[in-house]
Design a binder for this molecule. Structure first.
Ligand code: HEC
Ligand code: HEC
Length: 208
C-alpha cells in the first residue's frame, strides 16, 4: 500500500516535472521578448516602467496583468486615446499593441519587474485619507495596491496630475463608456462632488 502510494507520487512528479520545466522556459522566453518590445515604451514610461511625470506617462510596473491587457486593448482598438493630448500620444503608439502575443509578452515582462513596498501613513484624522478610504479603498485597496478580483487597478505610484486627469475624464464621460469596468469607475468618479475633492484625493494617492 505504502509502496503504491510512493509509486503513484513518483509517477505524478515525473509527469508534472517536464511540463513545469517547459512552462517556465516559455515564460522566460516571453519575458525576454517583452523586454525587447518594451524598449520602445521605455522612452515615455521609464526604463523600469516607473512612469514619467513630465510626459504624463503612468507607471506600468506592478500593475495588474488583467488591467494592463484591457488598457492596451482599449488603446489598440481606439476605445481609449482621444480624451486629451496625453491620451493621443499613447494612441499614436497603438500600432505596437495590435498583436495579442506581443501584448502578453510585454505584460509578462512588466510582471517580472520589482516594485517598492507601499507605505500608508497613519492619517485617519486627515480629510484626504478618509475620503480615499471611504470612497476608493474598498476597490483599489487600502494601500491603493489594486484588487484583481474587483478588476481595480493599482494606483500607488501614479502622479497626481495623471490621476486627476483620469478622474475628470471618467466624470465627463470621455473615458469609461466602452466597458462595464469603465462604467463602474464613472459612477465612482461621480461620488467626488467638487474639483477640490478630485485634487485632494489625487494628491493623497500620489503620496503612496
Ligand atoms: C510617446 C510616449 C509614449 C510611448 C512611447 C508609450 N506610451 Fe503608453 N502612455 C503614454 C501616456 C502619455 C499615457 C497616458 C495616457 C492618458 O493620459 O490617457 C500612456 C498610457 C499607457 C497605458 C495605460 C496605463 C493605465 O494606467 O491606464 C498603457 C497600458 C501603456 N501606456 C502601455 C504602453 C506600452 C506597452 C508602450 C510600448 C509599446 C507604450 N505605452 C508606449 C505615453 C507613451
Ligand atoms: C466599485 C469599485 C471602485 C471604486 C469604489 C473606485 N474605483 Fe477606481 N476603478 C475601478 C475600476 C474597475 C477601474 C478600471 C476602469 C477601466 O478599466 O476602465 C478603475 C479605474 C480607476 C482609475 C484609472 C487608473 C488608470 O490607471 O488609468 C483611477 C485614477 C481611479 N479608478 C481612481 C479612483 C478613485 C480616486 C476612487 C475613489 C473616489 C475610485 N477609483 C473608486 C473601480 C473602482
Amino acid at each position: 500500500m505504502i509502496k503504491r502510494l510512493f509509486l503513484s507520487g513518483l509517477v505524478a512528479s515525473l509527469m508534472s516535472g517536464p511540463v513545469y520545466a517547459q512552462d517556465s522556459t516559455q515564460n522566460a522566453k516571453s519575458i525576454e521578448q517583452g523586454k525587447q518590445l518594451f524598449q520602445t515604451c521605455a522612452s515615455c514610461h521609464g526604463t523600469e516602467a516607473q512612469g514619467q511625470k513630465a510626459l504624463g506617462a503612468p507607471p506600468l510596473a506592478g500593475q495588474l496583468p488583467s488591467y494592463l491587457e484591457r488598457a492596451m486593448a482599449e488603446f489598440a482598438n481606439g476605445q481609449r486615446g482621444q480624451e486629451d493630448q496625453h491620451a493621443q500620444q499613447m494612441s499614436a503608439m497603438s500600432g505596437l499593441l495590435q498583436n495579442s502575443d506581443q501584448r502578453k509578452a510585454i505584460i509578462d515582462y512588466l510582471g517580472s519587474l520589482s516594485t517598492r513596498d507601499i507605505q500608508v501613513p497613519n492619517r485617519s484624522s486627515d480629510a484626504a485619507y478618509r475620503l480615499y478610504q471611504a470612497n476608493c479603498g474598498g476597490c483599489h485597496g487600502v494601500k491603493a495596491e489594486g484588487n484583481k478580483a474587483l478588476n481595480s487597478p493599482r494606483l500607488a505610484g501614479m502622479d497626481a496630475s495623471y490621476l486627476q486627469r483620469q478622474l475628470e475624464h471618467f466624470k465627463s464621460g470621455k473615458r469609461g463608456a466602452s466597458s462595464r469596468y469603465g462604467k463602474q469607475m464613472q459612477m465612482m468618479a461621480n461620488t467626488l462632488k467638487s474639483a477640490d475633492d478630485i485634487a485632494l484625493v489625487s494628491k493623497f494617492i500620489s503620496t503612496l
